[in-house]
Design a protein around this ligand. Structure first.
Ligand code: NAD
Ligand code: ZN
Length: 251
């Protein structure tokens, strides 16, 4: 079969979205790259000097919270304090309000889908906007705490940690349950900016595929699911592709 051009793929995907709506969406770090938030891996990943998996592991945090706050969490806070939703986040919010998509399952902790106006968002890996004390569980807001002194402490003296899922921790059971339910029922899943390597999030498109859904894969680089699991691979940056898709749907 002749391979399709970029424009042909956009037109075919827009047609599928109209026919099979509402689509479900799985996003990864790549969707926030155009908001200035670097991914862990892949091109432009900032963590070249060290292994993020080491610093993002719960055992490392428990053993040495100072090190994890000093290197990983400080960097994430400084980046996310400045980040705003980009064209791709905004396009998804618009597609939700016009009924073309329903739920976004995101692996991201940056809150940018909600900031763009998306309502139905499953934060598979929790979020970075809130924290709690590991000793007394008192909740805090990330934007209200100071990191001049590391690690930040609760009024009780306990160490604060963000409400995101560290490597080695469980996915919140209700997020996992609902994501699997959606994957088993959806007729169309749009996967944006994920290398599909972090489990169990990576299994979500596989569940959808097994249950007969069509899978669209949007990424500037090929991934493990490209054309093995996905029916259409749209090679491009999330912002550009989502803007083009939105225009094609409106036609
Ligand atoms: P990942 O495994 O999701 O990989 C990033 C993917 O994004 C790669 O496949 C890359 O080719 C693609 N990409 C790069 N630029 C893109 C663009 N402009 N448009 C579309 N796709 C693009 O992410 P990771 O970096 O390995 O992170 C692992 C885990 O950490 C995941 O859970 C991830 O969500 C989380 N994380 C979250 C954030 C965030 O909240 N923004 C940032 C870094 C890591
Ligand atoms: Zn406390």
């Amino acid at each position: 079969m002749k391979s399709q051009s970029y424009q042909e793929k956009i037109i075919q995907t827009a047609k599928m979205i109209k026919e099979l709506k509402p689509a479900s969406v799985l996003t990864g770090a790549g969707i926030s790259v155009e908001s200035g938030v670097p991914p862990f891996r892949g091109q432009d990943g900032i963590w070249e000097k060290f292994d993020p998996v080491e610093y993002a592991h719960i055992n490392v945090f428990r053993r040495n919270p100072h090190k994890v706050w000093n290197i990983l969490l400080r960097e994430i806070k400084n980046t996310l304090d400045k980040a705003c939703p980009n064209t791709a986040h905004k396009a998804l919010a618009e597609m939700e309000s016009s009924g073309f998509i329903k739920t976004i399952i995101t692996q991201n902790i940056d809150g940018l889908h909600q900031a763009a106006g998306s309502k139905d968002v499953i934060e598979f890996h929790g979020n970075f906007a809130t924290l709690h004390c590991v000793k007394c569980k008192m909740p805090y807001m990330m934007k209200e705490i100071s990191i001049k002194k590391i690690p930040p402490l609760c009024a009780c003296g306990g160490i604060l940690r963000p409400d995101c899922v560290f490597f080695g921790e469980m996915i919140p059971p209700e997020s996992l349950y609902r994501s699997r339910q959606i994957a088993s029922k959806t007729r169309l899943m749009i996967v944006i900016g994920t290398s599909a390597t972090v489990q169990p999030a990576a299994s979500i498109p596989l569940i959808a595929k097994k249950n007969g859904a069509k899978i669209i894969d949007i990424n500037p680089q090929r991934t493990i699911i490209t054309e093995t699991v996905s029916d259409i691979f749209i090679n491009g940056m999330a912002g550009t592709v989502m803007a083009d898709l939105l225009k094609a749907i409106a036609r």
